[in-house]
Write a protein that binds this ligand. Structure first.
Ligand code: ADP
Length: 196
């Protein structure tokens, strides 16, 4: 089962990804997490990506696609995988299609978490508070200003994926404004139809 989770920053992709991983036993491939790991390890990619990410901009399509391509060749991705944060541009979506075709695999579904944009800033404020309460440091790009920038980047560069995947007949829209469990239940209903 190959599934993409799509939605603006703060839509709840991370939360729902954790649910899908636990329930379906497929790995979560979060390009944001992979890039943050590269930044922390100061790899050449990390060194290049750091300033771009801190500013809320997108890392180049080529870099991100190369990271994903390498990752999906690992054994744990054989039964399937969940993409979170990739693709983020139509070019990346085309690169993913080509990658999967080359490997004789196909995308099963793209789940769009649809949220009311007005609620996103409130969610961000809660996320920052909770992170601080845990004694952790919030992400560098989790300031209100950078968040607004990321939202703009989403609207301009990532939202075009919605018609792209609708055109492929793969788009499934889920109401992301409900309680976490309600959103998970909607996702389950979609994934159960796909099976593994
Ligand atoms: P969010 O919580 O906003 O969904 P992520 O953790 O997925 O953010 O990503 C954080 C940052 O990492 C992005 O703002 C971007 O700079 C970079 N990034 C992650 N995935 C991609 C991608 N597919 N293409 C380009 N840049 C990416």
């Amino acid at each position: 089962m190959i599934v993409i989770l799509l939605g603006p920053p703060g839509a709840g992709k991370g939360t729902q990804a954790a649910h899908i991983v636990a329930k379906y036993g497929i790995p979560q491939l979060s390009t944001g997490d992979m890039l943050r790991a590269a930044v922390a390890a100061k790899t050449p990619v990390g060194v290049q990506a750091k300033a771009i990410m801190d500013a809320g901009n997108l890392v180049s399509d080529q870099i991100v696609a190369a990271i994903v391509e390498e990752r999906i060749e690992e054994d744990d991705c054989a039964p399937g995988f969940l993409l979170d944060g990739f693709p983020r541009t139509v070019v990346q979506a085309e690169m993913l299609d080509a990658m999967l075709e080359k490997k004789g695999r196909a995308l099963d579904a793209v789940i769009e978490l649809k949220v009311d944009e007005g609620a996103l800033l409130d969610r961000l404020r809660t996320r920052i508070k909770e992170t601080l309460a845990r004694g952790d440091e919030p992400r560098k790009d989790d300031t209100e200003e950078t968040f607004k920038k990321r939202l703009g980047v989403y609207r301009e560069q990532t939202a075009p994926l919605i018609p792209y995947y609708r055109g492929q007949g793969k788009l499934k829209v889920v109401d992301g404004m409900g309680a976490v469990e309600a959103v998970s239940a909607e996702i389950d209903a979609i994934l159960e139809k796909i099976g593994s």
